[in-house]
Write a protein that binds this ligand. Sequence first.
Ligand code: ZN
Length: 69
Amino acid sequence: MEVTDPVCGMTLDRDRAAATVERDGWLHFFCSDECHRLFEAQPDRFVGRTPKTKNSSADSERAKRDDHV
Ligand SMILES: [Zn+2]
């Protein structure tokens, strides 16, 4: 399963993550110990930066259009 490193924004396979952190019920995966360290230093800077659902705005736009047809 692919996940996004919230620090550097890179996509990685969760099985290959160098570090994992659980915060507020969300799991965050890191490509390297460096990203993990940056996150631990300032978690609030990175939490919420990555979208929780992929393409949610595009999907709702499409749903709206479909409703009108
Ligand atoms: Zn990273």
